[in-house]
Design a protein around this ligand. Structure first.
Ligand code: BMA
Length: 316
């Protein structure tokens, strides 16, 4: 039995695993939970992230508007399923992640510069006023994901160097910082291994601390004759030296199979950006972008996922 080392979230959204389901991750029956209808100026709302906040939840949402520009807005929810999104754009850019560290909420996102994308960083305590820090990378990088606590006194971020386009390669690296200003101590974490992720991999939700290591969901990309297919994998990283991959599933845990994942602005995309986890019950709720069009929700438990990783472990 693996154990989550973290907070209890009593009101974590949840549905039991459907009878007969043999997979470690199952979808919410009401998917997608957020669509373009949540904001009048949206072409699409997807690749978004949420955290517990107050007695409910807060989130940061990718809204591609009707000029097809990339914006990030905030939103709030009592149950983490029904969301009120704000019209106010807090930053331009895309694929936001949100991470609570020592009672502050850190937003990392793909920041747009004239030289290519960087990892933007901003901090808030209330989701209303934000302080933007220095970018955490030079161009070009995407998928910057912070760990939810300092490790050996340092902030740690997963990051994916890339090119200015729809990068045909990509490995996950780690970088560390004492002050969220100067970053260094870069280490390779992992690259593509199996066919389903052969083109590139990138970090997903904030890693979840367990007694087995950091449970880390990520996306892997396959190039087929019809373009990219994005699916979700999982690995367990060492708690003290998280660039060491202890275990890693050889196969995806969630891939585009449902209609809202296979049909949309970019077909065949499952892009996880956040996970809520309840230490007491081991429940995990995963938020993912579906087909670059909407936000969907899936469930697992720490036991289901860790068992699956061990049974399909590509680390010998
Ligand atoms: C990536 C990012 C993601 C997107 C994916 C599929 O490069 O732009 O935001 O979901 O492509 O289009």
């Amino acid at each position: 039995m693996a154990k989550i080392l973290g907070e209890n979230i009593k009101n974590i959204p949840w549905e039991e695993k459907p009878e007969g389901c043999r997979y470690p991750v199952w979808r919410y029956s009401g998917n997608p939970i957020i669509t373009r209808d949540n904001l009048f100026f949206a072409n699409s709302i997807f690749n978004s992230a949420v955290v517990p906040f107050g007695d409910g939840f807060a989130g940061v949402f990718r809204v591609d508007d009707r000029t097809r520009y990339h914006n990030i807005v905030t939103g709030f929810s009592k149950d983490a399923i029904n969301w009120e999104l704000n019209e106010k754009v807090i930053f331009n850019g895309y694929d936001p992640r949100i991470c609570e560290i020592e009672n502050k909420y850190y937003l990392t996102w793909v920041n747009l510069t004239s030289h290519g994308t960087t990892i933007g960083v901003a901090v808030t305590e209330d989701f209303v006023s934000w302080t933007q820090l220095e970018d955490a990378t030079y161009p070009v990088a995407r998928n910057g994901v912070l760990f939810p606590r300092k490790i050996n006194g340092e902030f740690v971020m997963l990051v994916r160097p890339c090119d200015r386009g729809h990068t045909p390669y990509g490995d996950i690296f780690i970088q560390r910082s004492k002050d969220l200003n100067y970053w260094g101590n870069y280490r390779f974490v992992m690259g593509p291994e199996k066919n389903w992720e052969m083109t590139k991999v990138g970090a997903g939700p904030t890693p979840i601390e367990t007694d087995e290591g950091w449970l880390t969901f990520y996306h892997g990309v396959l190039t087929s004759c019809n373009g990219f297919t994005y699916a979700m994998g999982a690995a367990i990283l060492d708690r003290d030296e998280p660039w060491k991959v202890l275990h890693r599933a050889d196969s995806f845990l969630l891939a585009p199979h449902e209609i809202y994942e296979t049909v949309g602005d970019v077909p065949n995309v499952v892009f996880p950006c956040a996970a809520l986890s309840d230490a007491e019950t081991g429940k995990i709720a995963i938020y993912y972008g579906a087909a670059d069009t909407s936000v969907a929700l899936a469930f697992t438990t720490v036991d289901e996922t860790v068992k699956y990783i061990y049974e399909h472990d590509l680390i010998k």
